[in-house]
Ligand binder design. Structure first.
Ligand SMILES: [Zn+2]
Length: 340
């Protein structure tokens, strides 16, 4: 099969690789219908995270079950399935509490790399959710979005306690931030402030339900949020970047008693204890338990209530993965869909 491999920062190649096979009796092998490049793939691509030898890439996937191990009961060959970036048994106490990304059996969800034609998925019964039928082609991008960025934006909104009567601010205009806007709208927020300096992303944020756009960032961004909220700050803030600046911007944009949902993968963030103490802000976040939300998200997509697939503004054949990464790195694309 063909599959994307990162050799060194900036060096993505699509190679001939061994076809994945069932290793554990709880595994499935799926034939990828679509895959994509994640904002978090850019951390090693940019050399901010170390590249430890040639690494198969990708953790977002939808596809058709090709083969299952002897212990798999819930999914069958021929079904179209959506999974996520961590595999989980969905039966342990942590999973049952809705934190499948901290499952006691947690392991990478796309064991052999999802930017490929086939992939081995561990703990298939707990990890994969089948759609009602094989979807029409136009629903595939939205189902693929559910696999990570939609589920992550949704968790950001839930962790930030978004709901009716709330004013929500979203820090970050990548796919996760934009889908955090969509989630906030679905969860009934009154007012949704998207923080973005890029016209195409502002446009999509408005389409997804943003009511206000703030172009300033850092302390100026915080001041703008305060201006828009009678000096108080937002009730709920979704942090979807993961840097020191974005995390502080999120905390400082939140009113006392309010909630920050942080879902940007944290890189060298250090929180000042005294400021945190006096902020009276709730912090919750981490790797999104996408599996918790998948059945509901698949329903919303299947019924065409939401169209999160709009975040894919570049579609390329898998063999052009290198250009897909480059376009996202240079912020020419919000998110690249790769066709296997
Ligand atoms: Zn578990």
């Amino acid at each position: 099969m063909r599959g994307a491999v990162l050799y060194a920062p900036g060096d993505i190649r699509v190679d001939d690789r061994d076809d994945p096979a069932i290793v554990e009796p709880t595994d499935a092998v799926i034939r990828m219908a679509a895959t994509c490049v994640c904002g978090s793939d850019l951390w090693p691509y940019r050399g901010i995270e170390e590249v430890d030898g040639p690494s198969p890439m990708g953790h977002e996937y939808v596809g058709i079950v090709e083969e299952v191990g002897s212990d798999v009961r819930n999914v069958k060959p021929g079904q179209f399935v959506v999974g996520s970036f961590f595999a989980s048994d969905n039966t342990c106490e942590i999973c049952r509490a809705g934190y499948q990304t901290s499952c006691v059996q947690r392991q990478p969800g796309a064991a052999t790399g999802a930017q490929a034609q086939y992939c081995r998925i561990p703990l298939a019964d707990g990890t994969l959710v089948a759609t009602p039928d094989v979807p029409p082609a136009d629903l595939v991008p939205s189902l693929l979005a559910a696999s990570d960025v939609l589920g992550t934006g949704w968790f950001g909104a839930v962790a930030a306690e978004v709901g009716p009567g709330k004013t929500v601010a979203v820090v970050g205009d990548g796919a996760v931030g934009l889908l955090g806007v969509l989630a906030a709208k679905q969860l009934g927020a009154d007012r949704i402030i998207a923080m973005s300096r890029h016209e195409s992303r502002q446009k999509l944020a408005l389409e997804f339900g943003a009511t206000d756009i703030v172009t300033e960032r850092g302390d100026d961004g915080v001041a703008k949020i305060k201006d828009l909220t009678d000096g108080l700050g937002a009730h709920s803030v979704i942090e979807a970047v993961g840097t020191q600046e974005s995390m502080m911007q999120a905390i400082r944009s939140t009113r006392p008693g309010g909630h920050v949902g942080y879902v940007g993968v944290s890189h060298d963030v250090e929180l000042p204890g005294q400021e945190l103490f006096f902020s009276h802000v709730h912090l919750h976040g981490g790797p999104a338990p996408v599996r918790r939300f998948l059945p509901d998200l698949i329903d919303l997509i299947w019924n065409r209530t939401i169209d999160p697939g709009k975040v894919f503004d570049l579609t390329l054949p898998l063999d052009q993965a290198a250009e897909g990464y480059k376009a996202m790195d240079e912020r020419r694309a919000i998110k690249t869909l790769l066709q296997p």
